[in-house]
Design a protein around this ligand. Sequence first.
Ligand code: ATP
Ligand code: MN
Length: 486
Amino acid sequence: MRLFKEANMIQKRTKIRELLRMKPEGQSLTVMGWVRTFRNNQFIALNDGSTNTNLQVVAPLGVFDETLLKRITTSASLKIEGSLVPSSGKGQAMELVATSIEVLGDSDPEKYPLQPKKHSLEFLREIAHLRFRTNTFGSVFRVRHSLAFAIHQFFNERGFVYLHTPVITASDAEGAGEMFRVTTLPFDNPPRNEDGSVNFREDFFGRATNLTVSGQLEGELGATAFGEIYTFGPTFRAENSNTTRHLAEFWMIEPEMAFYDLEDNMNLAESFIKYIIGYAMEHNREDLEFLAQRLQEEEKALPQDKRSEWTLLEKLEFVLKNDFERITYTEAIDILLQSPAYKKKKFQYDVKWGIDMQSEHERYLVEKHFRKPVIVTNYPKEIKAFYMRQDDNGKTVAAMDILAPGIGEIVGGSQREERMDKLTARMREMHIPEEELYWYLDTRRFGTVPHAGFGLGFERMVQFVTGMGNIRDVIPFPRTPKSAEF
Ligand code: ATP
Ligand code: MN
């Protein structure tokens, strides 16, 4: 490894983000990074990933020989020593006047796919292995990092235990979606039972297994011992929906809390969302300003009435400062039935009590009617999972979904059914085998308590904060139907 032969290489390096906060007074510094542009055989725009702002490095004319200068091409990696001085040029407050330049790695400009110009997000998706080197993706993934960090901090401050639920599971208890099978059986000739079906007793785990669609049921086991837990891990759904909001592999945060009712659950979810947005606004100001600018540029191509009224930062500010709207499902349906959109037959799907609201309905509520995040509660039991707590009316359950402008459903949660008789009755109605879930039912058998929890789709949250329209652009390596490159 030629690159790391020098001891203390890293200790000598100043990150550009830190450097740009210094007072330029001729101090000698070492920077390392990748060339974004090289102008007039003299000015290098260097980026090291710590910030979107490039450092201007000046290679004084006549100091460096031609063969070295020829190797300073877009994306070549450099180690530069120099002195930091105030800049006389426009566009930057300071610059580094190079005294030594070492090329760590060459980059052939004929072959490097990123040019110093605007590339479409679609094109960048095809070269996702290099897109971190663009301003847009640099900002998106630094914000993603901050949000992940803030999530752990939020729960840690409140005494929640981070519980690692399994990635490989044997149950599709939730029935949340299509699952990916995990097997080591030969698929051309699997062992069979007498009736011809595949004999999974011969499989690796001695039973049929899948990738998890949710860690909730295991989360409830944790909550009924630790009080408050959260999970934060990858989740898999083999749903064949090619939308801008669905991935086959995504990250989900699932807090689960004993001694919480539906209202406690909503309060926690709302403060949680505000906390992590606030954290990113405080720590990623520059990235968010860049993304806000990008969004405005992108929206210039849209007709006036399709553009956002607010900038990205104004939207985030608004979400922080205002209470989320809270309505019941029944109220939501009434609003939709009274809406001009419904009366003018603008909805593609029908509206009546009992429907699973479509994205167009959710968007009407948050974007047209309330113009802010909305928490919808008490959904019909028929469209929700078996474990949600049954309301006294016999029709609805203590569910809550949070809908966000531009995204739709961002959180799905509920108070859980803690009453054994009610829970098993519902399981029987929904043909969910009790024997298989004996371990889950033990929480109700041995010291059951009121409890609640929710799931937040991490990528949808990152979309909301960064303003990125397509979920494929907020996860480093998106997995979607027919696509698992890199
Ligand atoms: P949707 O109706 O949007 O498909 P869902 O009802 O299937 O969502 P839940 O099962 O409640 O969602 O999952 C909890 C959260 O996980 C959702 O609120 C959403 O933020 C996120 N989520 C669900 N499916 C996906 C997916 N395929 N890709 C990314 N995030 C997802
Ligand atoms: Mn879904």
